[in-house]
Design a protein around this ligand. Structure first.
Ligand code: AMP
Length: 302
């Protein structure tokens, strides 16, 4: 039996498995996102490495860096991990299904502050690179036509240039403060990374698993979309409705509801951008709006 069929049989015998980061930067947000989508992890015991996730899925908790491997081996069908880790794994059979937006960082090349080098293209052949991303670093310098030596480390690469172990580092950066504290300066960005929902090609090839992945992706996406929006309700003078429509266009025009008074007022409801709510309220007040109510939205499917 070929490898593909073995993987398929494995997943036929058990619930569909989702590999989630067990600790580290991505783990808490990933678990919260699934819970917001209606898939709350039910642990049998404290610190369990397996949990049921809603009716359809089982979660396994493993290191973010190992998730591409677990998927490629057919131990899980779906996973959440950083885009950087998917690329570093070099596993072509891992497919990105959805960008989850959190865990944003960049994989950068950095040199010592006092170095005269301004760009990675200036680095000479034989440059020694300390990194926990050897595959990405090698491919990147190959694309520049520069032969490098790799010092493979599993973390804290920042110290390597100061120990004389390497000339530059390739490492993840979010604010840049760790680099600054360690006397390093970014000279190039290799890639920007965020957390991704990923699936194995084998899972996407199975009819049942593909449907489950699509449904899961749609549910997670609806939560992410809703987080950027608010539901706004307000009473407005009927005479100002044309202007109100311009301030709160909503998804397809505001919903207008009659208010049981003498006909002077109506209620307007609309989905608005969360990051503009402050301005939206100010504009509505200028139009004479009263009783403005803003609430969070759990899910939004346009
Ligand atoms: P972990 O090692 O489990 O904390 O997860 C590391 C993953 O979190 C990385 O592979 C990135 O995808 C993501 N991440 C986001 N910001 C950072 C950062 N500043 N440093 C390291 N990893 C980050």
């Amino acid at each position: 039996m070929n490898d593909h069929n073995t993987k398929k049989q494995n997943s036929d015998r058990r619930p569909i498995r989702i590999a989630l980061p067990n600790k580290g930067r991505l783990s808490e947000r990933a678990l919260k996102l699934f819970e917001q989508a209606g898939l709350k992890a039910q642990f049998r015991a404290d610190r369990a490495l397996v949990a049921s996730l809603g009716d359809d899925f089982q979660a396994i908790f493993v290191r973010a860096a190992d998730i591409p491997e677990y998927l490629a081996d057919g131990a899980a069908e779906i996973g959440v991990t950083g885009a950087d880790l998917v690329v570093e794994s070099g596993r072509d059979e891992i497919v990105e299904v959805l960008d989850l937006g959190f865990g944003r960082c960049r994989l950068s090349v950095a040199v010592k502050d006092e170095s005269a080098v301004q760009s990675a293209t200036e680095l000479p052949a034989g440059t020694r690179v300390a990194t926990s991303f050897p595959r990405i670093a090698r491919t990147y310098f190959e694309s520049l036509g520069t032969e490098i030596g790799i010092a493979s480390v599993s973390g804290a690469a920042e110290i390597a240039p100061h120990l004389g172990v390497a000339d530059v580092i390739v490492d993840l950066v979010s604010t840049g403060s760790t680099l600054r504290v360690n006397g390093l300066r970014e000279i190039d960005t290799i890639m920007v990374s965020t957390a991704r929902l990923v699936a194995s090609q084998a899972a996407l090839d199975g009819e049942t698993t593909r449907q489950a992945i699509e449904d899961l992706s749609a549910a997670l996406e609806s939560v992410l979309r809703a987080e950027k929006k608010r539901y706004l309700m307000t009473n407005v003078p009927r005479a100002r409705l044309d202007e109100v429509r311009k301030v709160i266009p909503g998804l397809s025009g505001p919903t207008i509801v009659e208010v049981l008074d003498d006909g002077e007022w109506v209620a307007a409801h609309a989905v608005v951008d969360a990051d503009r709510v402050y301005h939206t309220i100010a504009r509505l007040k200028e139009l004479g709006a009263e009783g403005i109510l803003v609430t969070r939205i759990e899910r939004l499917m346009p």
